[in-house]
Design a protein around this ligand. Structure first.
Ligand SMILES: NC(=O)C1=CN([C@@H]2O[C@H](COP(=O)(O)OP(=O)(O)OC[C@H]3O[C@@H](n4cnc5c(N)ncnc54)[C@H](OP(=O)(O)O)[C@@H]3O)[C@@H](O)[C@H]2O)C=CC1
Ligand SMILES: O=C1Nc2ccccc2C1=O
Length: 326
């Protein structure tokens, strides 16, 4: 039987390096809870820094992360800029990803074009380049996206790369049909998406199989957001549940490998050849998440995670939008 995984992290991840040539680590995220926390603040505090996030990012940088994930919609560029400055780490030793938001459901995109977005983002991030510039989702709409389409937006990402504003370009939440549109809008493979950031965890393998296979065939790195979803975000009939099928196996594997359940999930993701984007406010978890290179999940255990994971399909983000795609 051909295995789609290996005990060694797949080399594609190692092709992605900071400007100074350091391999990128797992990403530390500034979305999800941070975007809601920032937006939930009183109007007169909207422009002030969210110090908890700055402190958390500094903690992550001090503990070995060199990869920060942000986006227009998170409104966290200024916290990233402050953390980078305060950490004292040279910019070229870091990998910063940001994302152009084409609008979401009824939420109208702030920037009218990707070019307008990246020019603002560079100012807010206080840098003259970002390492990775993504289109946040393929779910464009005539009104919410100011008339932009995947094709027109992708051409602007290519222009940003040609202008040296960004080192790499990619997409997020794209299914195969969406990536094909970006590819068709590229003059050569040099300008195809280099990364697709998607939700990924053991409960989302079947739904992700086509896009993962397509990405591997076309040298597109998959990044996983929500890799720890099984630990705290699983719902049944809309209600959060604690008792889900993988729980006993994660407990057994934690004991066997002497690692936490989150380390097992992150290591599983790496062995799948996928780079996790995760986040934590707790220093112990920040450290643990990077401490996953000194063990390997056996093929047998890996297969068991997949078999049990497949028994409970669950998508935590963009569930409405993905009803029509795989
Ligand atoms: N492109 C896209 O559309 C999306 C991108 N993202 C990006 O990915 C990043 C990470 O996404 P996210 O879904 O938050 O990632 P994770 O699945 O890694 O979840 C992180 C959360 O898990 C909690 N956590 C960590 N360890 C444990 C544990 N052992 N047990 C229970 N809870 C734990 C953390 O809380 P605590 O602080 O208490 O440790 C934190 O709130 C985002 O910040 C964003 O940058 C996210 C969603 C969509
Ligand atoms: O970080 C994120 N949290 C989200 C929740 C819903 C849709 C997109 C996102 C993000 O990118």
């Amino acid at each position: 039987m051909t295995k789609t995984h290996s005990n060694k992290p797949i080399s594609l991840i190692h092709n992605y390096k900071t400007k100074s040539g350091k391999p990128i680590t797992l990403g530390t995220g500034t979305g999800t809870k941070w975007q809601w926390l920032k937006k939930g603040r009183p109007d007169d505090e909207q422009d002030t820094l969210h110090q908890d996030l700055v402190d958390q990012l500094i903690l992550a940088l001090e503990n070995g992360y060199n990869h920060i994930d942000t986006a227009e919609v998170y409104t966290t560029h200024s916290e990233v800029a402050a953390a980078v400055k305060q950490s004292g780490i040279p910019r070229e030793d870091l990998w910063i990803t940001t994302k152009y938001n084409p609008g979401f459901r009824t939420f109208v995109a702030r920037s009218k074009t990707p070019t307008e977005f990246i020019d603002n983002a560079l100012k807010e991030l206080e840098t003259d380049y970002v390492d990775l510039f993504l289109i946040h989702s393929p779910f464009f709409g005539e009104v919410i996206s100011h008339g932009q389409t995947i094709e027109s937006a992708w051409k602007e990402l290519i222009a940003a790369k040609k202008a040296g504003k960004v080192r790499e370009i990619g997409v997020s939440n794209f299914a195969v049909a969406h990536i094909e549109k970006a590819i068709k809008s590229s003059e050569s493979k040099e300008y195809w998406p280099k990364v697709n950031q998607i939700e990924f965890h053991p409960y989302l393998q079947n739904q992700s199989k086509n896009i993962i296979d397509f990405s591997k065939e076309n040298d597109i790195l998959i990044e996983a957001y929500g890799p720890l979803t099984p630990l705290f975000r699983i719902k049944k009939d809309g209600v959060e549940i604690d008792d889900h099928p993988l729980k006993p196996l994660l407990a057994k594997l934690s004991e066997k490998y002497g690692k936490t359940d989150s380390q097992i999930l992150l290591r599983y993701t790496l062995q799948k050849g996928i780079l996790p984007i995760t986040t934590s406010s707790k220093v112990e978890r920040i450290k643990q998440s990077l401490d996953i290179y000194d063990f390997a999940i056996s093929n047998e255990d890996f297969d068991e995670i997949e078999t049990i994971g497949n028994s409970y399909p669950f998508r935590g983000f963009f569930d409405e939008e993905f009803k029509d795609f795989d």
